[in-house]
Ligand binder design. Sequence first.
Ligand code: ADP
Ligand code: ZN
Length: 736
Amino acid sequence: MDTGGLDSGGFFEEGALVSVLTTQPLDRTLDYKAPEGGCFSGAFVEVPLGPRKVLGVVWGPGRGDFDRSKVRSVLRVLDVAPMREEMRAFLGRTADYTLTPMPAMLRLATRAPGLGDPPSMRKIYRLGVGEPDRMTDARARVLEVLRDYGGLAFTLKELAEMAGVTASVVKGLVKQGAVREEDSPRDLPYPHLDPDLPGKALTEDQSRAADSLRAGLRSGRYGTTLLKGVTGAGKTEVYLEAVAEALRMGRQALVLLPEIALTAEFLTRVEARFGARPAEWHSGATMTERRRVWRMVGQGEAQLVVGARSALFLPFRDLGLIIVDEEHDTSYKQEDGVLYNARDMAVLRAAICGARVVLASATPSLESWANADAGKYERLELTSRFGAAVLPQMQAIDMRAETMQPSSWISPSLRRAVIDRLGKGEQSLLFLNRRGYAPVTLCRACGQQIGCDHCDARMVEHRFLKRLMCHQCGETKPIPDTCPHCGAEGRLAPVGPGIERLAEEAAASFPEARLAVLSSDMFGTARALKQRIEAIAAGEADIVIGTQLVAKGHNFPLLTLVGVIDADLGLQGSDLRAAERTFQLMRQVAGRAGRAEKPGQALLQTFQPDHPVIRAILAGDEERFWRAEAAERQAAGVPPYGRMAGIILSGPEAGPVFDLGTAMARNDAPLRQIGAQVFGPAPAPIARVRGRHRVRLLVKAPKGAPLQEAIARWIAPLRLKGDLRLTVDIDPQSFM
Ligand code: ADP
Ligand code: ZN
């Protein structure tokens, strides 16, 4: 987009023409007159657009290509820190990289409501001077809490909770002057984190890694480090030392986590290490809290932010360190709206603002592994687990040799292993990466499967919810009595296992055991899930039955056996990362066992024990696996040794979507000029989602080729008619 000349740090007198980037879907900046008192470049402003007021940022001098007499004035400058030059550069470069229009980037960077509102007030409560007329137990408890905490103030809810009384008890004390009620601004700075509180005594391995990260920070220059170490090796302890160093230098730090469910445990660790809780940014945070984070980060009054991927777009004042924990996790790629990969954009942001990046993982992505191998990233390794914990022993269960009952998935060998743990009072995990009861519901009369009405996908039975669900669009419907195809009654049958069906089998096979099922669709809130996880960790279950959810970072100290129900599941399909994903997932899941003193064992049920990926997992020889995988990708010219982009076309009718795809494939001159090739159009693996037909094209280019620029030239002449939509996905992770 033409930004009309970006001016850095300039001031515009009242009435001067300025160009403003707004959050509205326009393909250019708009000219306005600077308001009374003038404004700086980068200022957040409110401007009139038609009948509305919209949010914008002063981007530079006006373009002057609009009838001057019709140019309107900026309505007001918002009372927030202006957007820094470095943030503008970051948004611009992310836009170029992901082929996203700038207004969408600005929306991503301002995802907190009421940014410009004056800080709202709230009531707080302190000890007053009066005496209550009549002292009750409840009243005494309130006064005691206030006295215990000296001069500190509480919100009504906090105070009532701590004293174990209702709000009306506090209110009663206010009336009598024993408690004082005051107004206080809501957007308070975050409590100070103290980097010099003592951390854990590090092992030699860990100290070496921490020293190296600290030295990197002190250099003040950009650099990325891949911190590799098995689950439980102490990666978190080590990178917390890097956070401490950033805080000592007065710079801000950001820790990205792949899942909200992991945040709670992490916040507790931060509090233990630095004496207070950091700012939190994720979808579970309230709107008021989001606004507080956004503002305080910009003012430098939040030293550390712990958050989900979009925290990368917060307006840090001096960001010195970004940690990407579990960097291989696919949830770092946003799959709707702006299609960006937070791991990669973290590296970009750090390069712009002279920060360090730490990519932590037990099973790095091949992309990061290759960057380390090529010397672009520094590589640090923690080789052993902390304390007595040792990595579990991994073995295959050859399913071809097991005698299985019909509709059962736990082999006799796995069953014996579970019974052995039950006898010793240890926990087992049965892992199956499939939600619901059964992946397929089949009519035994006509052989048809029940599909979604809006998608080309099968409906998955969820007994827990008593419904069939489409995992593509989320549509649910009751489980029918008769077949929707042939009308036969009572002939519908579930086929194949989902996590709920596995739980049913486990309940029948181990009637004495206490079972806990962990699947993402069974918990309404992150808090409920966290409580469940804590209860399990404390020993409230003998057998945990879980999906991918359990593979991520949680600690189950009593767990000594992991049984993978279908280790072959991820190997099917044509995704270029199928082998890598299976390898990572199996290693992560196996890593759940034996985290405390007791050694663990991982048993993988497989029909292909000789498959190279299964063999690599069992052998535990990661370097060999990466080298082999890298060689294959190199030969095929695919990422990270070649570039890729996915083009997804969709529309309500299949014909026009295909016609557009065919026309694009034919007019591929801009791609050929850079040595890129286009494949397709082909129906997407899920050819219809939410009633829209989907067609994919795949662009492959050599590693150094200017892919985005070529794609921009390729699609620029297209005029999308009617309801046709085109999405470009640079570095696609998903090929659905
Ligand atoms: P990772 O992030 O590599 O999975 P963690 O940092 O979570 O590993 O460490 C695993 C467990 O071991 C945690 O409970 C952590 O507190 C503990 N731990 C790691 N290193 C030390 C240490 N040097 N001293 C005490 N406890 C440690
Ligand atoms: Zn659907």
